[in-house]
Design a protein around this ligand. Structure first.
Ligand SMILES: Nc1ncnc2c1ncn2[C@@H]1O[C@H](COP(=O)(O)OP(=O)(O)OP(=O)(O)O)[C@@H](O)[C@H]1O
Ligand SMILES: [Mg+2]
Length: 302
């Protein structure tokens, strides 16, 4: 298979590991910086150039599109899709996952457990909005936040109101959730590839924090998720249409709750914590998918 990896930086751990796994499995592979791909869009045909040369003939592409280049990166990926290249995560699926509110709505509609979440625009509605959520503690999350920065815990209603007022004053987008105390500062990253959990790690917050992000000093170790946890992770990836996803869960009294679904989950933390060959799992899955798509195309043309 001729494989492209869309990634801004070929030196990143995840990108390097995917290249290594692809070569080991006998595929030809090239890393393309999505910001150096440019497109001609016309009804007589698409074309895609890279650093002065046309690119075509890739059987499959693995998108590793960071949050800061979501728009441009998914447009480039869409062009690959329109030119018949197979991808485990489509441009539409990545866009669905990147929009936190939309993601929560789709998961809830599918009956997948999550912390109850409220969201509103007008300051006049804050009082009723918080009463729709229930009593504090509350977790307030900035939509633009990552790695635990921008996630706040408020213990009192007056604190929730104060933080919300301050964020509105800064024109920030945020959502408010029930605080799941039973999670005890731990979350579970389930790495889903092709409808299976291929690796999972438990991250534990440092003492005195409720956020388990490794960037905030959390620690990780490999674990085997329960059948219910695997089922929720697999369903969350399926609802969003992602072949590859990092699904973050917390353990609650009412079962596993999804916090987030990551469409470009990093490989370093999970491979280190579990020793699993996640890059190999990804490349094997992409190759199987690509072969299936090719067979379907041949059958259609007959
Ligand atoms: N509702 C909640 N109840 C209890 N703990 C929570 C809740 N929401 C988040 N946490 C804890 O805080 C951590 C950070 O929250 P979250 O993952 O939502 O934000 P983030 O990591 O900053 O954003 P992203 O995952 O999108 O990069 C979680 O890993 C979890 O440990
Ligand atoms: Mg997180």
């Amino acid at each position: 298979m001729k494989l492209a990896i869309l990634s801004r930086n070929s030196k990143l751990y995840s990108t390097r590991r995917l290249v290594e796994a692809a070569r080991e499995l006998g595929h030809s592979v090239r890393v393309l910086d999505p910001l150096r791909c440019y497109l001609r869009i016309a009804s007589d045909g698409f074309s895609l150039h890279y650093k002065g040369r046309p690119i075509a003939g890739y059987h499959a592409v693995i998108p590793r599109i960071g949050a800061s280049v979501t728009r441009y990166g998914t447009a480039v990926l869409r062009q690959f899709e329109l030119m018949g290249t197979s991808t485990p995560n489509s441009s539409d699926a990545i866009l669905r996952a990147r929009d936190k509110l939309r993601c929560h709505q789709l998961l809830a509609a599918a009956g997948i457990g999550m912390p109850t979440t409220v969201f509103g625009d007008n300051p006049d509605d804050t009082h009723d909005l918080l009463s729709m959520l229930g009593p504090p503690p509350h977790v307030i999350k900035l939509n633009e936040g990552t790695q635990g920065a921008g996630v706040m815990l408020t213990e009192k209603l007056s604190a929730s109101r104060g933080v919300i007022e301050a964020l509105r004053g800064l024109y920030a987008n945020f959502l408010v959730q029930e605080f799941v105390a039973e999670a005890k500062g731990a979350d579970l990253r389930c790495f889903v590839v092709g409808g299976k959990v291929v690796a999972a790690m438990k991250r534990q917050a440092p003492k005195g924090d409720f956020r388990s992000n490794l960037h905030r000093g959390g620690t990780a170790k490999g674990v085997k998720p329960t059948a219910a946890e695997q089922d929720v992770a697999i369903r969350a990836a399926r609802v969003l249409g992602l072949g590859i996803a990092g699904v973050d869960l917390i353990r609650s009294a009412r079962g596993p709750l999804v916090l987030e679904v990551n469409a470009s989950p990093g490989l370093e933390g999970i491979e280190e914590a579990t020793g699993a060959d996640v890059a190999g799992e990804i490349v094997r899955y992409v190759a199987v998918r690509q072969r299936r798509a090719e067979q379907q195309r041949i059958a259609r043309e007959k």
